[in-house]
Design a protein around this ligand. Structure first.
Ligand SMILES: [Zn+2]
Length: 79
C-alpha cells in the first residue's frame, strides 16, 4: 500500500513500472497503481494528441514526462 500524492488515498502500489532510474523510483513511492494506470491508459494519449508529440523527439519526450509529473502532482503545474 502507498499514500498516493495524486488521489490522496492509501491504495495499492504500482505493479508494473516502465520508467527506469530515479524517475521510476520517485513515481513508485508517490503514486498508486490506479492513478499510474489512469496516466498510462488514458491521460498520456490525450496529452500526446493535444500537443502533437512525436516521441522520437527527445524534447517531446521530456515534455511528456513534465506533463506526467504535473498530472501526478510531483511538480507544480505551469500556467
Ligand atoms: Zn492515486
Amino acid at each position: 500500500m502507498i499514500d498516493c500524492i495524486k488521489c490522496k488515498v492509501s491504495k495499492e502500489s504500482i505493479e508494473v513500472m516502465n520508467f527506469k532510474g530515479d524517475l521510476g523510483v520517485e513515481i513508485k513511492k508517490s503514486v498508486c497503481n490506479e492513478c499510474f494506470l489512469e496516466w498510462e491508459n488514458d491521460m498520456q494519449m490525450k496529452v500526446m494528441n493535444e500537443y502533437r508529440l512525436d516521441l522520437s523527439n527527445k524534447e517531446h519526450r521530456d515534455f511528456l514526462i513534465k506533463k506526467m509529473k504535473e498530472f501526478f502532482t510531483l511538480i507544480e503545474t505551469e500556467l
